[in-house]
Design a protein around this ligand. Sequence first.
Ligand code: ACM
Length: 536
Amino acid sequence: MLPLPTSTTPAPTGNPFLLTGTTAITAPESLTAVALLLQAALRPATGLELPLRTEGSICLEIDDALAEEGYRLVVDADSVRLTGGSAAGVFRSVQTLLQLLPADIHRRAAVEGASRAVAPVTIEDTPRFGWRGAMLDVVRHFLPKHDVLRFIDLMALHKLNTLHLHLTDDQGWRVEILRYPRLTEVGAWRRETQVGADPASPSDGRPHGGYYTQADIREIVAYAAARFITVVPEIETPGHAQAAIAAYPELGVSGEPMEVFTRWGINPTVLNAEDATVQFFRNVLEEVMDLFPAPFIGVGGDECPREQWKADPRTQERMAELGLKEEADIQSWFIGRLEETVTARGRRVFGWDEILEGDLSTDAVVASWRGMAGARAAIARGNDVVACPDDQVYLDYRQSEDPGEPIPVAIPLTVSDVYAFAPVPEGLTEAEERHVLGGQANIWTEHMDSPRTIDYFAFPRLCAVAEVLWSGPGGAYDDFADRLQDHLPRLDALGVEYRRESGPLPWQQRPGVPGRPASREEREAHIAELVATITS
Ligand code: ACM
């Protein structure tokens, strides 16, 4: 099973439970939606109807004594009991039940001769962390709605519960905002795309883009919610915003027209520090908060170069007006203004660890990405943290030392490297540990131009992240690796094009497209320089 449950006790004797033509599901009204998802999961491969009845042998129920997402699953010859601390816990137990059946249960048409037997067992299970996430960058390459929904299904399979959607950046704006239609009319499209990670890499000369309408977003959010997955939106500010500036040039420092960025890397183009620009993003966030009920709202904050602010007389004037001493203060001023809008709606700001470079309310949640320095600094300041250190869980990083890895960037992160993910820094008190809400894997898509490529980079490494976040860090890798061998047939049945242990299949390679690999030493030196301002 994967992620590994807290305890699994097979019954020493007893016949298995058999799914048959007379098997029915029983659930109280509060669990009807979960019961229907269980039914929908079991029907195609078994060809069984599995109706909802008052006296079914598969029983769903809630026991308030269990942790919210925790559950108990008891199988004997006559019944399957799925008991959760809440509907979310029952839903997680459904995923476990599916793992007690052959991998073919995930096929979408009847499988002749497949076993429908579940061996008697008692499983008790509770997640280690409340934030078990994945970030999808749907900007660098647009991920069609259909594939976002499919990714949500794959998250649910792995008991992940938080989808962080990176919706805006230099290279595109992917969420419809009714008040500012040009954000998607103009900002959702770029003329062409850099192919390769080398700054000198050529562009493909092919337009790219796409966006989610507000109806699409509502569908994604509701689809995720039905699977007890929260979608945390992110609107990037005050850097990584060239697509917005292309749509509305008055948001930029120069005010000059520019196109949606077609290159990768850190872009000097940033937002200006006018009140009107802050108000623009406040208005955007109001619509975003109407669409996303998440308790956390991402405002970005990473990689904001200061050169444009330094060189611009009007920005210098604004700094004097606002009493800001350094350009770095503009960034925390900007984030602080957006936080007022977010907290006014009872939500919390979620930002990359650069938001620690200035004043920050202790209500803000910090995504520690430049290693764990941000996590340590945030915890020391009393902020909650989501651990997503690049050197542990950046799933865009190359998967091995093999030069045949497609567009290999940064350091190698193998499945076993990722399984060593430690979301909680060492040496914390218990109270400090509680500031670690959990962690997430980040999937940046500069070099993932299709859902198939996302499969290759995400899986099976995301399986390892999911286990660390559900079962807790420090698990035995060999045991995980054995269970992964049993898990991969599920991914096969679902059509997930994961990376084989032997390396990329021929069509997963990108011969001739340059990457930008680094050694661990190079990466550590680079990150140490970057985080100097937050550790001091
Ligand atoms: C990041 O990877 N720039 C958050």
